[in-house]
Design a protein around this ligand. Structure first.
Ligand code: TGC
Ligand code: FAD
Length: 390
């Protein structure tokens, strides 16, 4: 009964199975107990709370849809989405850690790796014993990852990896990095790089105003000898990392709803408690307009995302459909965070409430995994057949 009462204006719950609701409620309870009470402090300190790793594993946040034989939770795409929604209601940075581990590290090992690689890495990543990171972005190649310069050479009994990645979530503490690099023919491949390999370092990125409870860093490869068995053999080309992004972007579309719900819920409560000019501020039409628009946008995003989940479960969702949901929902959430913050007046800028933290976090979420504008151009390409990137 004391669980967070999520906005559900169109009875979306009726579209969920008992399993979906159980998975969601377990995640919701854990976020309330283990994340919400501490996360503001960690964000203020700009530290990732490592003590929550075990809890993330327990609620199935590491590999929700990875088969149980590899330690994953074996759930469907809607359960995966609901877990991301609940985590991001707590904090986008915590959801980032889960997204990276599941969709950007476990997913490529599961989909593109050998059976030996799956057995070696997936169970340890699912339990959180090992944490992973994903190196695609480079200092000079963000939106255009196909231009990457990180490269590896075949040295006979091993590969020699050189280059650098930037803005990498989980990098400072990850044991395992899935790194995208070009071979001598310029073809992109994924390599599993492990902490401790000579010439591999992960300096932390400081002074972020956003996603402060998530650790971000660089990956630097200075003649790193990578064993040949660490190459992911079953897919190459830019489509390989982009396939991982499809899965992560889908999770972000759900996650953003969680952040928006928390901002809406906070502003709604505040509007009934805070009195000015002798009335609760929620009685003023201008404040009602903000709240009414927020719940409308959240509801539209919920319906969009649930439908996308059904398409994903059927294996029918296109990359462009995922782009639309990521773009729409993050934009929805960032606008709600901004309006909700104003509704709290001065209190809105403090860490007493979660809204300012969500607002700042969402500046990263609207940028990573493809910026707002890149996703618009993906929709543009899909509907016109004309490519703005070429
Ligand atoms: P383009 O020529 O269009 O495509 C190259 C090949 O990839 C295929 N493809 C996809 N495959 C699977 N999923 C997708 N979403 C795909 N999009 C394209 C495509 O069919 C082609 O295959 P093939 O076989 O013909 O070679 O590539 P392009 O160079 O024109 O670039 C297209 C563009 C701009 C859309 C793409 O590069 C892009 O999405 N850019 C944004 C980069 C990005 O999202 N980076 C994210 C880095 S990771 C991150 O941010 C993690 S944040 C941490 C957290 O999640 O919390
Ligand atoms: P740029 O690509 O330089 O873009 C700058 C601006 O130009 C943007 O507004 C963009 O929309 C616009 N632009 C670019 N191309 C076009 C175009 N063709 N038409 C119109 N406008 C265009 N990456 C990883 O690989 N792994 C991670 O774990 C990871 N984690 C991250 C964590 C954080 C906190 C952040 C902030 C980023 C992370 N990223 C990660 C990187 C992220 O994916 C990139 O920042 C993002 O893809 C944008 O690249 P960029 O920053 O180089 O911006």
């Amino acid at each position: 009964p004391d669980l967070f009462e999520a906005p559900d204006y169109y009875n979306i719950d009726e579209l969920l199975t008992e399993e979906h609701k159980l998975v969601r409620d377990a995640a919701r309870e854990w976020v309330k107990r283990d994340v919400s009470p501490i996360i503001e402090d960690y964000a203020q300190k700009a530290e990732f709370p490592e003590q929550i790793i075990g809890g993330l594993a327990e609620i199935g946040a590491f590999g929700p849809y990875i088969p149980e034989e590899y330690g994953g939770a074996g759930l469907d795409q809607i359960s995966y989405g609901l877990i991301m929604q609940e985590i991001e209601r707590g904090d986008s940075g915590v959801r980032s850690t889960a997204s990276v581990q599941s969709s950007l590290v476990m997913y490529p090992i599961w989909k593109y790796g050998t059976e030996e690689q799956r057995q070696k890495y997936l169970p340890k990543l699912a339990s959180g014993e090992w944490m992973g990171c994903f190196g695609l972005t480079e200092p000079d190649h963000g939106s255009n990852p196909g231009g990457m310069v990180t490269n590896f050479k075949n040295m006979g009994d091993h590969y020699l990896l050189n280059g650098a990645k930037m803005w990498i979530s989980n990098a400072p503490f990850a044991q395992v990095a899935v790194v995208w690099a070009k071979n001598e023919e310029g073809r992109i491949h994924g390599l599993i790089v492990e902490r401790g390999m000579e010439g591999f370092s992960t300096p932390e990125t400081h002074n972020k105003w956003s996603l402060r409870a998530s650790a971000t860093g660089e990956l630097i490869f200075d003649n790193v000898k990578v064993p040949k068995e660490n190459l992911l053999p079953n897919k190459s080309g830019l489509g390989a990392p982009l396939g991982c992004l499809d899965s992560a972007r889908y999770g972000i579309a759900w996650g953003a709803i969680g952040a928006a719900m928390d901002c809406y819920d906070t502003a709604l409560r505040y509007s009934k408690e805070r009195t000015q000019f002798g009335k609760p501020i929620g009685q003023f039409q201008l404040q009602q307009k903000k709240l009414a628009e927020m719940i409308t946008e959240i509801t539209k995003a919920q319906v969009l995302t649930w439908r996308l989940g059904v398409l994903r479960n059927d294996g029918k969702a296109t990359s462009a459909q995922i782009s639309m949901a990521k773009r729409n929902n993050v934009d929805m959430a960032i606008n709600i965070a901004r309006e909700a913050r104003q509704m709290l007046g001065g209190m809105g800028i403090t860490g007493e409430y979660s809204i300012m933290r969500h607002s700042m976090n969402l500046e990263s979420v609207i940028t990573y995994e493809g910026t707002h504008d890149i996703h618009l151009l993906i929709t543009g390409l899909d509907i016109t057949g004309l490519n703005a990137f070429k």
